[in-house]
Design a protein around this ligand. Structure first.
Ligand SMILES: Nc1ncnc2c1ncn2[C@@H]1O[C@H](COP(=O)(O)OP(=O)(O)OP(=O)(O)O)[C@@H](O)[C@H]1O
Ligand SMILES: [Mg+2]
Length: 377
């Protein structure tokens, strides 16, 4: 079991509110990723769950038990740190077994569990070594092993892959997902890396300035970002965000900005409202017969299988992403098309997502509870 309920959690450091009224339910067996930029409060929230930081306000529950004031060692949670925090003078075997020795478990049980965990993490050959005789990835696995051996209610991990090189990161990512599948435990995983979040999470909770911006599956937060913050944080390059105005011609509505005139299809917003128009780079099609955007290519980046073209459109910079070759070169004029279904609209000041007019129920869903409805027709 490992169900975690966080209720209106707030943590301040002097004038800084590191975690600001976060309410979040983490189901048993989830791989929940806390994602956000540096300083947004991810580590503080995780440390509060672990009991390493005391909340100023709010409440924490683990499997229905109030743990808000329970000391860390009695919380049945295991934490894995970015720095590994291994004991340098102890062998791998003794590092992994440490939590069990500290709990005075029988020798036989310790040996059995350490052997099992070492096997699962492919550390058997390394059990006699000291941490300094290991690579970064191997140290990371020892740190994981030390968390695993206790069989805790949930695993809390703070950027555990950030010291690894790109290749090892990718393979360890895969190993973690496998491990999660096998253990069926609850993982709460902190990262500022959107690729880690998108590839590993069952759900992503995105934090900004200590506040929860959105919680959803990777697909939900990518396809329906609740705010310009989320839209601009996910994706590489992130969603293009352009100030525009909704105008009408006959019964048709358009989003207009310098060198942009895009039919809005079924999107319902009051004409003459200011909006922020959002378009994913991969949804822009060059060389289309019905372009809505005209610009000049400034730079083309080769990503291997794909290319990204950065274009000037009016006063905006717009990224286009597609299979290589895109057929664009710096200095070229470019005409871009996009399907109305792939347009996102956000409120110009609050940044919240605007709803479709013909949504069956314009009432906010829990996932998008902060969606702006003020400019609906
Ligand atoms: N012990 C502390 N004393 C004072 N301020 C702190 C302390 N710990 C964190 N903060 C502040 O709280 C805010 C949130 O910090 P936190 O470490 O949770 O961010 P983070 O999202 O984990 O960032 P990073 O991605 O850089 O690790 C920051 O403004 C930070 O400076
Ligand atoms: Mg941190």
């Amino acid at each position: 079991m490992g169900q975690i309920r966080i209720r209106a959690a707030t943590k301040r450091f002097g004038a800084v509110t590191a975690v600001d009224g976060v309410t979040l339910d983490i189901a048993d067996g989830e791989f929940l990723v806390l994602l956000g930029p540096s300083g947004c409060g991810k580590s503080t929230l995780l440390r509060a769950i672990a009991g390493l930081a005391q909340l100023d306000e709010g409440q924490l529950e683990l499997d229905g038990r109030d743990i808000t004031h329970v000391p860390p060692r009695d919380r049945d949670l295991a934490m894995v740190f970015q720095s590994y925090a291994l004991y340098p003078h102890l062998s791998v075997e003794r590092n992994i077994g440490f939590p069990l020795r500290a709990r005075r478990r029988p020798r036989k049980e310790i040996d059995r569990k350490v052997t099992d965990v070492a096997e699962a993490l492919e550390l058997t050959e390394l059990l006699r070594r000291r941490p300094r005789e290991l690579s970064g990835g191997q140290r990371q696995r020892v740190a994981l092993g030390r968390a695993l051996v206790r069989d805790p209610g949930a695993f809390l991990m703070d950027e555990p892959l950030s010291n690894l090189d790109a290749k090892l990161r990718a393979s360890t990512r895969y190993e973690l997902v496998e491990l999660h599948r096998r253990l069926r435990g609850t993982f709460v995983y902190v990262t500022h890396d959107q690729v880690e979040a998108m590839t590993m999470a069952t759900r992503i909770a995105i934090l900004s300035g200590g506040k929860l911006e959105q919680v959803g599956t990777p697909t939900e937060v990518y396809d329906e970002p609740a705010s310009t913050f989320v839209a601009g944080f996910l994706g590489s390059p992130p969603m293009n965000l352009i100030r525009a105005k909704v105008s009408s011609r006959g019964r048709m509505l358009f989003a207009a900005a310098p060198d942009i005139n895009l039919p809005l299809g079924r999107i319902g917003v009051v004409p003459e409202t200011e909006v922020v128009l959002g378009i994913r780079p991969e949804h822009l099609r060059p060389h289309d017969s019905r372009p809505g955007i005209e610009g000049i290519v400034r730079l083309v980046e080769n990503l291997g299988a794909e290319e990204v073209a950065h274009c000037d459109v009016g006063t905006a910079r717009v990224a286009v992403r597609g299979p290589r070759p895109l057929g664009l070169a710096p200095g070229d004029p470019v005409r871009l098309a996009v399907e109305p279904d792939h347009l996102h609209l956000f409120h110009p000041t609050t940044g919240r997502r605007l709803l479709w007019q013909d949504d069956p129920a314009p009432s906010p869903s829990p996932r998008n509870d902060a969606t702006e409805q003020g400019v609906l027709a």
